[in-house]
Design a binder for this molecule. Structure first.
Ligand code: OAD
Ligand code: ZN
Length: 304
C-alpha cells in the first residue's frame, strides 16, 4: 500500500505511540544553511568522500581532510537551529510531549555532526526553566556520527578527546574555508600546522565517524530501535547504514514509520506515512506546534 500523507491520521498515531525514535540526516539542518551530502549542492557531488571522510583518506592527506572539516566547523559555528530542530527539541521536552503523545518516550538519533540539535535542545530547555528541564538529563539525543567540535588524538596510546570550538582551530587553516567553497583545496599545509593533541602533541583528527568506522552508541541505539513502535525519519537519503536500516527494523517488529523529506528517499515507498516538503515546516505541523519568532513554543489545541 502506498504511504499515507494524512496528517490527522499521523497525529492520532503519534498520540497513541509509546516508544518513539526519530532518525535524522543532513536535511534536518538544510534550512540552517548547512549543505547536505547527496542532494543538489551536496558535498559529495563536489568532493570525494573516500579522500576526505575515511581513515585511509586522512592518513594519505590529513591536510585535505582537515580543510574540509574546518570548513564544516566554521559553517556550523555560524549557523542557527531551524524550526525542524526546534520541533524535535520541543517534542523531546517531557512537558510538551505529554500534551501530544502522553506517556511516551522519545529519542532523537541524528547522523548530523553539526551540534545544532544539542544547541536547539539547550535553547528550548531554557524556555521552560520552571519545569526543571535540563537539556542533558531530559532531552534524549544521540549523535551517532560524532561531533564536528570534538578533536581526537590519533596516537593509539593517548586517544584524548577534547571539545573545541575555536575559530579557526589553527592559524594555518584560517581562511581555507573559502578554498573549500571554490572546490580548490590546498594539499600542502605542513603536519605541524594542523590541529595537534593538547595532551601529547600528536596529530589530531575530527571526532566524527568516517566511512568504515563504527558509529557511536550502537548498543544504546539497538535497544531503542528494538522497542520502538514509531520511527520518524527526517531529512535523510537513507543510504548510509546502520542508520538507514532502523526504520525497516521498527516495521519488522510491528511498529510504524513516517518519513519527512523534501524529496523521495531510499525505501520510502515502504513507509506508513510520507510527508514530502521542507521538514522545518512539515514537522512543526505534524507535532501540532506553534513556534513563535520570539517567545515560548506551545502545543495547538485540536480546534486550531
Ligand atoms: P544526504 O545528503 O544523503 O541526504 C539528505 C536528505 O535530506 C535528502 O534525502 C534530501 O532530499 C533531504 N532534504 C534536503 N533538504 C531538506 C529539507 N529542508 N527538509 C527535509 N528533507 C530535506 O544526507 P544524510 O542522509 O544525512 O556520513 O547522509 C548520511 C550520512 O552520509 C552522513 O551522516 C554522512 C554522509 O556521508 C559520514 O560522513 C560518515
Ligand atoms: Zn594525544
Amino acid at each position: 500500500m502506498a504511504p499515507s500523507n494524512n496528517m490527522d491520521a499521523f497525529r492520532e498515531l503519534l498520540a497513541s505511540s509509546r516508544h518513539i525514535v526519530a532518525v535524522a540526516g543532513a536535511g534536518l539542518s538544510a534550512a540552517s544553511g548547512i549543505p547536505t551530502f547527496r542532494g543538489a549542492g551536496g558535498m559529495w557531488r563536489k568532493y570525494n568522500a573516500i579522500s576526505l571522510a575515511t581513515p585511509e583518506g586522512f592518513k594519505a592527506n590529513p591536510s585535505l581532510s582537515w580543510q574540509f572539516y574546518h570548513y564544516r566547523r566554521e559553517t556550523a559555528l555560524r549557523a542557527q537551529p531551524n524550526n525542524a530542530h526546534r520541533a524535535l527539541s520541543a517534542f523531546s521536552l517531557p512537558t510538551i510531549r505529554q500534551q501530544i503523545s502522553p506517556g511516551s518516550t522519545f529519542t532523537l538519533i541524528t547522523q548530523n555532526v553539526d551540534g545544532l540539535s544539542q544547541r536547539s535542545n539547550d535553547q528550548i530547555a531554557a524556555m521552560f526553566p520552571e519545569e526543571g528541564n535540563t537539556a542533558d538529563e531530559k532531552l534524549q539525543l544521540i549523535e551517532m556520527h560524532g561531533k564536528l567540535f570534538d578533536v581526537s588524538c590519533t596516537a593509539k596510546d593517548c586517544r584524548h578527546v577534547e571539545y573545541n570550538t575555536k575559530s579557526p582551530i589553527t592559524e594555518a587553516l584560517g581562511g581555507t574555508e573559502l578554498l573549500v567553497e571554490h572546490g580548490t583545496l590546498d594539499p600542502d599545509i605542513p603536519l605541524e600546522d594542523l590541529p595537534r593533541c593538547s595532551k601529547c602533541g600528536s596529530l589530531a583528527r575530527p571526532g566524527v565517524v568516517w566511512f568504515g568506522e563504527r558509529p557511536f552508541h550502537l548498543d544504546d541505539i539497538d535497544k531503542l530501535v528494538e522497542k520502538a513502535d514509531l520511527c520518524v525519519v527526517v531529512g535523510t537519503s537513507s543510504t548510509v547504514y546502520p542508520a538507514a536500516g532502523y526504520a525497516m527494523e521498527v516495521q519488522e517488529n510491528g511498529g510504524k514509520v513516517a518519513v519527512f523529506n523534501l524529496d523521495r528517499s531510499e525505501g520510502d515507498e515502504e513507509a506508513d506515512y510520507l510527508f514530502l516538503g521542507p521538514c522545518e515546516e512539515t514537522l512543526v505541523q505534524a507535532f501540532g506546534l506553534t513556534i513563535p519568532e520570539n517567545g515560548k513554543i506551545s502545543v495547538n489545541t485540536p480546534s486550531e
